[in-house]
Design a protein around this ligand. Sequence first.
Ligand SMILES: CC[C@H](CNC(=O)c1ccc(S(N)(=O)=O)cc1)c1ccc2[nH]ccc2c1
Ligand SMILES: [Zn+2]
Length: 260
Amino acid sequence: SCQWGYDSDNGPEHWHKYYPIAKGENQSPIEINSKEVQHDPSLPPWFVGYDPGAAKTILNNGRTCRVVFDDTFDRSVLRGGPLPGTFRLRQFHFHWGSSDDHGSEHIVDGVKYAAELHMVHWNPKYSNFAEALKQADGVAVVGVFLKVGKTPKPEMKRILEEIDNIKTKGKEAPFSNFDPSILFPKSRDYWTYHGSFTTPPCEECITWILLREPIEVSPDQMAKLRSLSINAETEPVCPMVDNWRPPQPRHFRMVRASFQ
Ligand SMILES: CC[C@H](CNC(=O)c1ccc(S(N)(=O)=O)cc1)c1ccc2[nH]ccc2c1
Ligand SMILES: [Zn+2]
């Protein structure tokens, strides 16, 4: 099977060979250019109701660090904003660079952030996630930019403490009693547009909700994330860094802003 990745021989330029939709017209990420964004005053605020008890495990899948939630019923949900109804939280994960000056997937007015957090939700009007990802309104991802500053983000502490237990591909550890909404910035301002998974199979099923305000993390916290490896325990060490897809053509898509 195709082992896609982020290297020169299996990276974003190759993905279309196994996943032709990767050259589609609704791909993510994109560059957000404030001058071309349309302020939509009718966009409502978004809300989350996350149950900390829904958190299950944290895992290294060889491409990112992912925290997985129980999504067998409406336990942790996202609603409002551009969304039709409530969406169930399934997992969150990160994308980051090999240094603090890049690593995010979306780029805002030319600014690349050090990392980007994705909180993945799916529309329970479909029977399961695998079905939802075949629908244009099947998935909603809240994206949060991570900026490097002097002050560490205390709410990241628990995630980063677990890193030592999931250093290599396939490692998983229990991760319970965690409400990921503590990771959000103060402002609820967002951009929204229709796009895709930023990794294969690149399905165009995602309503993106990108928060304007980044959260701040410390250089040490970023270094902790970069201490993950993509290799399995028995293989040579290969750092998990630069697991981001570059911006894709926006084509005829409108990016709306909830703020002026
Ligand atoms: C379809 C791929 C999926 C695994 N991947 C994801 O869930 C995923 C989620 C979000 C993003 S991002 N970076 O855009 O936020 C990228 C990938 C996946 C693959 C096989 C599956 N079989 C059953 C369910 C299922 C899900
Ligand atoms: Zn992602």
